[in-house]
Design a protein around this ligand. Structure first.
Ligand code: AMP
Ligand code: MN
Ligand code: MN
Ligand code: MN
Length: 299
């Protein structure tokens, strides 16, 4: 497959902190001309069957996806998994464990906000969480907008919920080694999500990429809604330097909140291996499944 493919391999549904259903996202991806799609909810694969079924019905090729929260050198980073078997027990157990601490963390976030005079944040955030097991900072951000504390979620993340600000609670997520291993054991490819977001020093970033490679990681997001045009080129170089495949994804969460619409990013820069080339036999092609189904009926 070609690098010139409208692949969108990073977005979120109501199963984590997006505002659209997996079906509505599939329809939106299709309408925007996406040619290969993956739903990558945070620490959750509960939406995978629905996403794959909706994609199949629309004739949209699909890859299974997830975005795993990881603690690396004391900081939170995200590892995207693509093309894995969602039924794999090691992956399922790992994700249950990773999301397990979210409710307690949310209670502590609420207590921290109460200290600056914002009451009822836990209940308020929970109202926005379709999946209570996946209560995220985004749901708190929506509550803070609804209650008039901030104008929009971007203002929330400037003033609250981030390190040093009210509502921030440090949390210990999965290790890099475990996250990569759960994905690869399940037959998928692990991808470093939006590396520019971490604001790592050169040495920290080198450590991340080297350790990720050593653990069996194979990809990095180059073109993402979280990167500037200059950062596409920086991380295209990093991908070549470390021999990693390149991924592309909007990180779309919501029509109201997201800057980047599904399927609207520029194509990957040249001289890169697109991550979908590593995953050709993991792509769920609607037509092939139809052929298999009709072939089965012939016999
Ligand atoms: P959590 O996994 O609960 O820590 O929530 C992380 C989510 O919060 C991210 O996936 C984003 O959806 C959102 N988020 C974090 N930082 C920002 C930010 N600076 N601006 C907008 N959304 C953010
Ligand atoms: Mn999110
Ligand atoms: Mn992320
Ligand atoms: Mn994301």
């Amino acid at each position: 497959m070609t690098p010139i493919l409208n692949a969108d391999l990073h977005c979120h549904s109501i199963v984590s902190d997006g505002t659209l259903s997996p079906e509505a996202l599939a329809a939106r991806a299709k309408a925007n001309g996406v040619e290969l799609w993956a739903l990558t909810d945070h620490d959750e694969i509960g939406g995978q069957q629905r996403a794959a079924a909706a994609a199949r019905a629309l004739g949209l090729p699909y890859l299974s996806g997830v975005e795993i929260s990881v603690t690396f050198i004391g900081r939170t980073i995200h590892i995207v998994g693509l093309g894995f078997d969602p039924e794999h027990p090691a992956l399922q157990r790992g994700l249950i464990q990773t999301r397990g601490g979210r409710e307690q963390r949310a209670q502590e976030m609420s207590e921290s906000l109460a200290k600056v005079g914002i009451a009822g944040a836990f209940k308020g955030a929970l109202k926005f969480a379709d999946n209570p097991a996946l209560i995220a900072r985004t749901h708190f951000a929506r509550f803070l907008v609804e209650s008039g504390v901030c104008r929009d979620t971007h203002e929330v993340f400037r003033k609250y919920l981030t390190e040093g600000k009210p509502g921030f609670v440090a949390h210990h997520w999965a290790s890099l080694k475990d996250a990569v291993s759960w994905i690869t054991q399940a037959g998928g490819v692990a991808v470093i999500a939006h590396p520019a977001r971490y604001k790592f020093s050169i040495n920290e970033e080198f450590a991340l990429f080297s350790e990720f490679k050593n653990h069996g990681g194979q990809g990095v997001e180059v073109v993402t809604g979280s990167h500037s045009a200059a950062e596409y080129l920086t991380y295209a170089d990093t991908a070549r330097e470390f021999g990693l495949a390149a991924s592309r994804g909007s990180d779309f969460h919501s029509p109201e909140e997201s800057h980047t619409e599904l399927g609207t990013l520029p194509h990957l820069p040249g001289r890169l291996t697109p991550v979908w080339e590593l995953l050709t036999d993991r792509i769920q092609h609607p037509s092939k499944q139809c052929q298999t189904a009709s072939a089965a009926m012939d016999h």
